[in-house]
Design a protein. Structure first.
Length: 318
């Protein structure tokens, strides 16, 4: 009887054990699908590529159906990629993909596009330009560059800005509300590549630009009875119908505090001999015989030693 009772107990134990599921060692894999978007931060109206990705099912043998903004855009076996147009600024749109394959329930994934547009405005900070100069002040070798990020008007007022320079993060000048930066160009950088990303609320935007420094220059203007004709300047020639003239030489794209010419040294030579005037002004008289000549001008600065310019101007009396 004791042996028979033991056999009954053993049979009951086996029944109980077999009633529980048996798990294999390791992690149970769950079928899933995701969407990769290129570019990650599209601009309004930009073409965007969406690609379905799965590491648990073979999408090339699955039927994929894409919808965008509530409308069907693509469907087919192995249709893993689709191109769409990002919505307008301040608007959102959702893309969805569903994959159907034998033996599994349909898999779905979605991504919402919130394009954030940012414009980057730039200029040479403290860069000298003549009065009424029509172009923007550019930055020269060793000069200062100012960049301002201007997001679309629909963006929130308080954004956090992350700046990069030549792919290096500028953490000390990034942060909330820091929509502009000033960096000093060095001779070790050929170009200046500036990037920014801004985020706040549902807004995300990114922008970048690459700039090449400009060499400094000089423009000559005629002065008559105290009036300087800033509407007519020339970088190489000075013409006059009078018996004499006063030429005013204005530096271009030098880094000057408050456009102060005292930081610059003007050296004039004619035929290799030095001549002198009022800092950046020089008088000329019609020479006898040949009504033309030339003057060589060199402008230099002690603060930015690589910001120098030498220019030969032709003087002609008609």
């Amino acid at each position: 009887m004791r042996l028979f009772g033991s056999l009954i107990s053993l049979c009951l134990l086996l029944v109980l054990v077999s009633s529980y599921p048996v798990k294999a060692q390791g992690v149970t894999q769950i079928a899933n699908i995701s969407i990769e978007m290129t570019p990650n931060n599209p601009s309004p109206g930009q073409t965007v590529t969406l690609r379905a990705v799965s590491y648990s099912i073979d999408l090339s043998r699955s039927r994929l159906s894409w919808t965008y903004a509530g409308k069907s855009v693509l469907s087919g076996i192995g249709a893993t990629q689709v191109s769409i147009i990002a919505p307008a600024s301040g608007q959102t749109a959702t893309a969805n993909v569903t994959a159907s394959a034998s033996g599994i329930s349909p898999l779905s994934s979605s991504v919402t596009l919130r394009p954030g547009s940012i414009d980057l405005l730039w200029e040479g900070a403290q860069s000298s330009v003549p009065p009424f100069y029509k172009g923007r002040p550019l930055f020269s070798n060793g000069g200062l560059l100012r960049v301002v990020a201007v997001p679309v008007t629909s963006a929130p007022n308080q954004l956090s800005y992350s700046w990069t320079r030549n792919d290096d993060a500028l953490q000390n000048i990034s942060g909330a509300g820091r929509s502009s930066i000033v960096v000093e160009h060095t001779i070790f950088n050929g170009n200046e590549k500036i990037g920014v990303s801004a985020a706040g609320g549902l807004f995300e935007g990114i922008a970048s630009l690459s700039l090449t420094p400009r060499s400094p220059g000089v423009i000559a203007y005629k002065k008559d009875e105290g009036f300087i004709d800033f509407a007519n300047g020339n970088e190489h020639n000075i013409l006059s119908n009078d018996t004499g003239l006063i030429a005013v030489f204005e530096p271009l794209f030098f880094t000057l505090r408050n456009n102060n010419l005292s930081d610059l040294v003007f050296n004039f030579t004619i035929g290799g001999e030095p001549v002198y005037g009022e800092r950046n002004e020089l008088p000329f008289s019609r020479p006898e015989g040949n009504p033309s000549g030339s003057v060589n001008l060199r402008i230099s600065t002690t603060q930015y030693s690589i910001q120098n310019v030498e220019r030969l101007f032709n003087i002609a009396f008609e």
